[in-house]
Write a protein that binds this ligand. Structure first.
Ligand code: FAD
Ligand code: DHB
Length: 389
């Protein structure tokens, strides 16, 4: 097989890149390790920045998002007996859109299928060859049959556990990592959200987040220990713990019901540099991870896709490498700012096992400064709605 861009990974990064390239007549093949149903079964992010909304529009995949997504102009932050609102539109004149990653992925799959674009599922043994030459290729197997794609470029969109990052020799990459000593236990339930905007709560028993997917589908998270397991939590136990951690008025109003998904995610900050090696480009979780507080994972994957798409567009239009040569530098400059925001928001909102009395005072001071300062709220709003590309 032959294509212009071989895309490894059929998650949101890979699919979005494929659709954007398609709008420019640039051919690609997407290789996905799992089935479509499996990818669509993963419950992940829920808050989209305007930048990602714009890219989905550009890719021709935003109709359902505009019809069904919810615009949020602000968010609530609770701690002690306080709760305050950070108003995004008042401070930076931009909202965010609540629309699940599952739905984004579903829309991208539908567009890919409508365009007759190729996605090969259930691939095994993916290996990237000759990335440092002008003729890279990807070998893989499907149901025992060995196959090969010759291409101009390889986009490594295969998530944190994929093969792309590891293709770059260890002595050619530098990794930066911080592991947090807790996880998030999340549930999805077919109940109306407790509030029309998200609530982030810092509580002595641990962090809690009230989020949503739509008017009848709620997403809630509580901080949990890393060695915990979803099976240790009955639905009733989850709801009781959530109620303890959110303000009394919201606890009272909370509508509970059976969970339709329950899982634990560990929290990690991770960046690999550079994000390019020869003709291999890393995008999204393949290159970086943020802790979920602030919903930057999917949105940062999207900004990588934007920079790579712009670079490839210039290459195929003018035959020059100017765009792709600055990809890693441009993407990383924005990635590190998203890393900083996610780390800051995580640090301010969670209880850490080794936190001293001084650390706790610092956390409260950080929250009180945010509550009382217009400029601090503006800085938070600027980051939350997404820094410019
Ligand atoms: P992925 O979504 O990981 O997609 C990579 C794809 O590559 C997958 O489909 C995988 O099957 C495929 N793949 C892997 N290896 C190979 C291979 N060798 N060959 C072919 N295909 C391969 N972000 C938020 O903002 N909010 C959240 O609440 C949130 N919750 C999350 C919960 C979990 C459990 C995880 C893991 C992430 C969460 N994130 C969240 C982060 C967000 O979902 C990711 O940033 C986003 O999915 C990144 O998209 P991606 O396409 O780069 O990677
Ligand atoms: C969601 C996840 C987040 O990490 C966040 O900050 C906001 C919302 C969610 O899954 O809905």
């Amino acid at each position: 097989m032959k294509t212009q861009v071989a895309i490894i990974g059929g998650g949101p990064s890979g699919l979005l890149l494929a659709q954007l390239l398609h709008t420019q007549g640039i051919d690609s093949i997407v290789l996905e390790r799992k089935t479509k149903e499996y990818v669509l079964g993963r419950i992940r992010a829920g808050v989209l920045e305007q930048g990602l909304v714009g890219l989905l529009e550009q890719a021709g995949c935003a109709d359902r998002l505009h019809a069904e997504g919810f615009t949020h102009d602000g968010t609530l932050i609770a701690y002690g007996d306080q709760m305050f609102r950070v108003d995004f539109t008042a401070h930076v004149d931009k909202p965010v859109v609540v629309y699940g990653q599952t739905e984004v992925t579903r829309d991208l799959y539908a567009a890919r299928e409508a365009a007759g674009g190729q996605i090969i599922y259930n691939v095994d043994d993916v290996v990237i060859h000759d990335a440092k030459t002008d003729a890279p290729y990807v070998s893989f197997a499907v149901e025992g049959e060995s196959l090969r794609i010759d291409c101009d470029f390889v986009a490594g969109c295969d998530g944190f556990h994929g093969v792309s990052r590891k293709t770059i020799p260890e002595d050619a990459r530098q990794e930066y990592e911080k592991i947090y000593p807790f996880g998030w236990l999340g549930i999805l339930s077919e109940t109306p959200p407790v509030n029309h905007e998200l609530i982030y709560a810092n509580h002595p028993r641990g962090f809690a987040l009230c989020s949503m997917r739509n008017a009848q589908l709620s997403r809630y998270y509580i901080q949990c220990s890393l060695d915990d397991h979803p099976d240790n939590w009955s639905d009733d136990a989850f709801w009781e713990e959530l109620k303890r951690r959110i303000p009394p008025e919201q606890a009272e109003a909370l509508v509970t019901g059976p969970s339709i998904e329950k899982s634990i995610a560990p929290l990690r900050s991770f960046v690999t540099e550079p994000m390019r090696w020869g003709r291999l480009f890393l995008c999204g979780d393949a290159a970086h991870i943020v802790p979920p507080t602030g919903a930057k994972g999917l949105n940062t994957a999207a900004s990588d896709v934007h920079y790579l798409f712009e670079g490839l567009k210039i290459f195929y239009k003018n035959g020059t490498k100017d765009g792709i040569d600055v990809y890693s530098e441009k993407a990383l400059a924005r990635v590190w700012k998203a890393e900083r925001f996610s780390w800051w928001f995580t640090s301010m909102m969670h209880r850490f096992p080794d936190q001293t009395a001084f650390d706790l005072k610092m956390q409260i001071a950080d929250l009180e400064f945010l509550r009382g300062s217009t400029s601090a709220q503006k800085a938070m709003a600027e980051n939350y709605v997404g820094l410019p590309y």
